[in-house]
Write a protein that binds this ligand. Structure first.
Ligand code: KIV
Ligand code: ZN
Length: 513
């Protein structure tokens, strides 16, 4: 059996299905480039049948990425599969991933299909997919709650039809490590043509066992793990890439395989995904949390200083902490600026946009002196804010906050062509700012989350604010960054309003009939 563990990243597909985590195509491309630097084997770039925008994103990523396989998801129907196949046509290495539910509850309640119909449809889908790619993956959705006998029949037939990766999803995060490991062992031993496919797993984290379940499967012969950066994904998320990769690397004595991931790119990838999606990383999150390598207690610090292994099983620098290079400063020229953008996979689209961004970079460098990669990513996200793309634009903000006084904010907002200014008071300066914006936008949105993070270290760092708004069940995350966190907050609120305004609807491949 192969000793190579294939890392299949689905941040851009399953991760994006997380409410509020939708990304622009430019942001998806930046993440794809970072995943390529990370050396993931397979990037699941999206669900091309969802919309023309999603199709375009998968196509652009397929054309740009050379060092990783690019994969597109398709439900097991002809038009989805053909759409995915078309989107991947320009890929150096492309994979079509098709799926259909196999558990009794999903077949009856969602698909309203009998098991034999499901099997017939799955076989057809794999055959359509093989018209486009030699590399075809099949997933029996909700395999964790499916009947093993039916799974065996279904998987044997799809391998025969041409699937060369069989992915076993624990779609609802229901299984336990020992059960899931055993399921993989059973399937591999009972299915006669099991050796013709790579076995893969895709675990959700509803009971906090996604990583443990995936690793149990690896111990029973799985050689592909599907995972996401920061564990992003539907509900409680997917297995987190950084935890899978570092577990296998750190416990070489236990795991019979290794990944090819460049682990020094893990923290930059984590920061990029968190910055783009607005899903902050909890400080005590393994590997990528801010506290993951910090030792608070004096006793521990003493131990660590004397002999590192006393309290550290991994080295912070091996996962990319401290790798955020000081790239540019006040004196850096336009060429250095542009070169670093290209290295980071940031495409601003035109020379005018580069000039505009360069002017903003100079302003920022004047304020904070040192500019890191994270600052450039934040700047790139801000550059997307143009009158053509954004209905609402923040024109000006004045906030007054003083001990013993009620804070007030005066905001000028452009909505389309019209500009309006409103001044109002609030419980605090941020409340006053948001109230003023709402008095003009009338979105009736409920705020579900407000968070501020420093993009880099130091008191002169830019603040990055996430505002999560909900209207009639629709959830969006707005992001804003600035050295002034009040301005960053206003930008984040306006960004969320624009996402609500765009009304762009995405199709969830698993929920759509
Ligand atoms: O969770 C799941 O079952 C999935 C499939 C589409 C693979 O995401
Ligand atoms: Zn999933």
């Amino acid at each position: 059996m192969s000793d190579h563990l294939i890392i299949f990243d689905t941040t851009l597909r399953d991760g994006e299905q997380s409410p509020g985590a939708s990304m622009t195509n430019e942001e998806k491309m930046r993440i794809a480039k970072q995943l390529e630097r990370l050396k993931v084997d397979v990037i699941e770039a999206g669900f091309p049948a969802s919309s023309n925008g999603d199709f375009a994103a998968v196509k652009a990523i397929a054309n740009a990425i050379k060092e990783s396989t690019v994969c597109g998801l398709a439900r097991a129907n002809e038009s989805d599969v053909r759409r995915a196949g078309e989107a991947l046509k320009g890929a150096k290495s492309g994979r079509v991933h098709t799926f259909i539910a196999s558990s009794p509850i999903h077949m009856q309640m969602k698909l309203r299909m009998a098991p034999d119909q499901v099997l017939e449809q799955a076989v057809k889908a794999v055959k359509w997919a093989r018209e486009y790619a030699d590399d075809v993956e099949f997933s029996p959705e909700d395999a964790g709650r499916s009947e093993p006998d039916f799974l065996c029949r279904l998987i044997e037939a799809t391998i025969k039809a041409g699937a060369n990766t069989i992915n076993i999803p624990d779609t609802v995060g229901y299984t336990t490590p020992w059960q899931f490991g055993e399921l993989i062992a059973t399937l591999r031993s009972r299915i006669p043509n099991a050796d013709k496919a790579v076995w893969s797993v895709h675990c959700h984290n509803d009971l906090g066992m996604a990583v443990a379940n995936s690793l149990a499967a690896v111990m029973h012969g799985a050689r592909q793990v599907e995972c996401t950066i920061n564990g992003l994904g539907e509900r409680a998320g997917n297995a987190s890439l950084e935890e899978i990769v570092m577990a296998v690397k750190t416990r070489k004595d236990v795991f019979p395989c290794a990944s090819r991931i460049d682990t020094t790119q893990i923290v930059p990838a984590s920061k990029l995904v968190s910055g783009i999606t607005g899903f902050p990383v909890q400080p005590n999150k393994a590997i990528v949390g801010a506290n993951a390598f910090s030792h608070e207690s004096g006793i521990h610090q003493d131990g660590v200083l004397k002999h590192r292994e006393t309290y550290e099983i991994m080295r912070a620098e091996d996962v990319g902490w401290g790798a955020n290079k000081l790239v540019l400063g006040k004196l850096s020229g336009r060429n250095a600026f542009k070169t670093r953008l290209v290295e980071l996979g940031i495409d601003l689209g035109s020379e005018d946009a580069v000039n505009h961004a360069f002017a903003r970079f100079k302003e920022l460098a004047d304020k904070k002196g040192e500019i890191f990669d994270e600052d450039l990513h934040a700047l790139a996200s801000d550059e997307q804010v143009t009158p053509e793309r954004e209905h609402y634009r923040l024109i000006a903000l004045k906030v007054v906050s003083e001990t013993g006084e009620v804070p007030s904010a005066r905001v000028t907002l452009a909505a389309g062509e019209a500009e309006q200014t409103v001044q109002t008071r609030g419980d605090g300066p941020i409340d006053a700012t948001f109230r003023a914006i709402e008095l003009m936008a009338h979105s009736k949105a409920r705020m579900q989350l407000y968070s501020v993070n420093a993009i880099t270290t130091g008191t002169d760092a830019q603040g990055e604010v996430t505002v999560r708004l909900e209207v009639e069940g629709r959830i969006v995350n707005g992001l804003g960054s600035d050295t002034d966190i009040l301005v960053a907050s206003a930008k984040a609120y306006v960004n969320a309003l624009n996402k609500l305004h765009s009304r762009q609807q995405r199709l969830n491949p698993q929920l759509a009939a």
